[in-house]
Structure formats: C-alpha cells, structure tokens
Design a protein around this ligand. Structure first.
Ligand SMILES: [Zn+2]
Length: 184
C-alpha cells in the first residue's frame, strides 16, 4: 500500500455458492449484506447452483470519498460498457444512471465486473455492502459462472489480477487529487 492509496485489499476469497466457508483465502464469509447491486445477470450471486463466488474485503481509507464528475467521465471513457450494466442498487436501472452518486465500493464492484466481462466474455453478478462503514471496510461479492472445481489456479490468478487492476485504477484517481466527498 502506497502513501496516498485510498483503497486497500484486505482479503480475496473464493467459495462455492451457498457455502459459508472459504476455500481459498482466510477470511470467513461475512453475513451482513445490506444492499444489493447487480450487473449483467438477474441472478443473486449466491443463489445459482453449482456456481462459485469471489469475495473481496477492501478498506476505503476515507469512506465518504467519491469520484468527482471529471473523474467519473474519465472512467466511463476508459470503460464505456460500465454504464450499460444492469444495477439494482436503489431500484432497477442501469449503472449509468447511478454512477455519479455511487460510492467508491459500488464503483469498484462495477469496474471489477467490467474487467471480468471484457477479459472472460462471460456474465457476472455482484453485490456490495459496508461491513463496517465507520472504518471504511466493504465487502464485494461477485458470482462467477464457473463452479468451484472449474476455477483453475490460473483462472483464479487472472481474477485476482483483474481485481488488483481495478483497485489500482481507482487508487490512481485518488492520488490525482481534486478530491470530492459525500456530505455526511
Ligand atoms: Zn450497481
């Protein structure tokens, strides 16, 4: 973690949908999922039989921080498909309608899914919730189309790399200054 990073990955775990225990990683599956956001499918990430879930616990150094309008436009320019994601957070719609008001964990979820879709050409659904908002810890869960047994070490490594890329990209926005916050 660098001095000005605003997002730090605490853990990445992979487990079979419907199972609480992690198979890779060391973080137990948290049970506080309060909000839901989906992209690309209508399936809850933990409801599909035979699929698996990759779960990311991340710390946001400043939980009220958000992308400013020019950063949001820059993100959309780099990842134009992100605004076409289906998103259920605060009602059905497209993420493009919600991105300007989206909190960073929610933006990160959609960015990760976008990178997954571009790289793997498959469909993904996710949700995001604060696990402990006071200290900025959020949990992002993304349903994978593969069963646990189908996720090879190489495949898992690719997912981890794509997650790192998304985190690094948002951290670059944070380091660029010109910071915006939610009033709270
Ligand atoms: Zn969403």
């Amino acid at each position: 973690m660098q001095l000005n990073d605003c997002i730090e990955i605490i853990s990445i775990t992979l487990y079979a949908a419907g199972q609480a225990s992690s198979v890779r990683g060391d973080q137990k599956h948290p049970n506080q999922i309060k909000t839901s956001a989906r992209a690309h499918t209508n399936d809850e990430p933990d409801s599909a039989d035979g699929s698996s879930i990759i779960e990311l616990t991340v710390q946001f150094i400043d939980p009220s921080r958000r992308l400013n309008d020019s950063q949001t436009l820059e993100l959309i320019k780099k990842h134009p498909s992100i605004i076409k994601h289906a998103c259920r957070q605060a009602g059905k719609g497209l993420f493009g309608e919600k991105i300007k008001q989206a909190r960073l964990p929610h933006v990160l979820e959609h960015l990760i899914i976008d990178l997954f879709v571009q790289d793997r050409a498959k469909q993904y659904a996710g949700n995001t919730a604060w696990s402990d908002r006071k200290v900025g810890i959020a949990t992002i869960r993304i349903g994978l189309p593969e069963s646990l047994g189908e996720v090879t070490d190489t495949g898992y490594s690719i997912y981890q790399q794509l997650i790192s890329s998304a985190v690094n990209e948002l951290n670059e926005f944070c380091m660029a200054g010109n910071v915006s916050h939610f009033n709270e």
